[in-house]
Design a protein around this ligand. Structure first.
Ligand code: MSS
Length: 365
């Protein structure tokens, strides 16, 4: 399978739809803006990929139910298999999976890291056991634990201090109320590339906190000592180094973007499509502008509301005359949070939700 840019899909994601993806590297593949379309749920074949470390071998999904997770920081800590987790409880949740760096390409300053446009995001349906059910089965959270910490199952090469590369993320303990340990994604066993056999899913939190190949779930007194927690994924002024005192990439913000048309359109009535998300809050509305933000019209949501953590496709039918039109969208939550026109730059280019940079210039023929 070869993508439109001529680059081949890496083996572990060869099952994906090459036409809908942009291959940035072996470990970073982005969904094309147009391919997102007006889809309610992002097909697994189109969902972006971001691996900080190479994915483990397919062997780990050969016998899924035998996969073991160590649960720590509870009254009765122990290892538990995926087979047993399936007997403790089950819940399905739709939520946006989005990389912290989605939109990085829209910052004006030079940023290191994958130059994602809008496609390091998708709306995914996860099924698994609520973390609170696992905790209840193990006698509750131990005293003094403020963080929920998940550890990824990648092998760390010998001689490399694990703190430097291991994917281990901590989120405030309260997030356990909505977190699940998922074994299904979009109705199928979680593909290896997306964290199978078992993934920690924290609805409303940026991608990095959704730890794949979960091998340890721990309630801890402190945040993980690993670099990925301590200094990476921190929002800081341009030129500054990462530090634990800076805000971590936890909860996502309100955001939307146009997915079509992207280049040209026929004159007359045009359907302007896009997707919008409230981060952690239900959306109130999405407005669309066809004149670069001078005037706005409320768009119509398409399909059901799948909850505060999911995205909603939208459409506005507009009569566009010949010439060029700057199409923009701006989402607002019920709590009154709205996308800003511009955002402050930050060193690593995280969390861009400014509507102006996401606008598209369309020529009506
Ligand atoms: N997990 C693990 N284990 N490993 C890695 O590497 N990455 C992160 C998450 N998790 C990882 C994990 C990130 S960073 C992201 S985004 C996500 O994941 C993605 O997902 P997918 O499935 O799409 O690939 Mo940024 O914030």
């Amino acid at each position: 399978a070869v993508a439109q840019d001529g680059k081949a899909l890496p083996d572990y994601v060869a099952w994906k739809d090459a036409d809908d993806l942009i291959v940035h590297s072996k470990q970073t593949l982005e969904t094309r803006r147009g391919a997102i379309g007006s889809g309610l749920v992002t097909p697994s074949e189109d969902l972006y990929i971001r691996n900080n470390l190479p994915a483990p071998s397919e062997e780990i999904v050969a016998d899924r139910d035998a996969w073991e997770v160590n649960v720590e920081g509870v009254a009765e800590p122990r290892a538990i298999t995926l087979g047993e987790l399936k007997t403790l409880g089950v819940e399905t949740v739709a939520c946006v999976l989005q990389c912290s760096g989605n939109g990085r390409a829209f910052f004006d300053h030079e940023t290191s890291g994958t130059q994602w446009s809008v496609g390091a995001a998708g709306n995914v349906v996860w099924t698994g056991v609520p973390v609170r059910d696992v905790v209840a089965a193990m006698g509750g959270v131990a005293d003094g634990m403020d963080w929920l910490t998940g550890t990824g199952g990648e092998e760390i090469p010998e001689g490399v201090p694990k703190e430097t590369i291991q994917v281990e993320r901590s989120v405030p303990k309260a997030a356990m109320e909505r977190a699940i340990l998922a074994w299904e994604m979009n109705g199928q066993p979680v593909p290896l590339a997306h964290g199978g056999p078992l993934r920690l899913v924290i609805p409303g939190y940026y991608g990095v906190n959704n730890v794949k190949y979960l091998k340890r779930l721990a309630f801890t007194e402190k945040e993980s000592p690993n670099k990925i927690q301590q200094t990476s994924y921190r929002v800081r002024p341009v030129g500054e180094k990462g530090a634990p005192s800076q805000p971590s990439m936890f909860e996502m913000n309100v955001k939307s973007w146009i997915t079509g048309p992207l280049e040209d359109a026929e004159t007359g009535k045009v359907q302007i499509h896009g997707v919008a998300m409230g981060g952690t809050e239900t959306l109130e509305k999405v407005e669309v502008s066809t004149d670069g933000g001078q005037s706005w019209n409320e768009a119509q949501f398409l399909g059901p509301d799948m909850g505060p953590y999911a995205w909603r496709p939208f459409v506005l039918i507009a009569d566009l005359g010949q010439g060029s039109h700057l199409l923009a969208s701006r989402a607002t939550t019920v709590g009154g949070q709205a996308q800003p026109e511009e955002v402050e730059p930050n060193e690593r280019g995280y969390g861009h939700n400014g509507w102006r940079a996401h606008a598209v210039d369309v020529t009506v023929l």
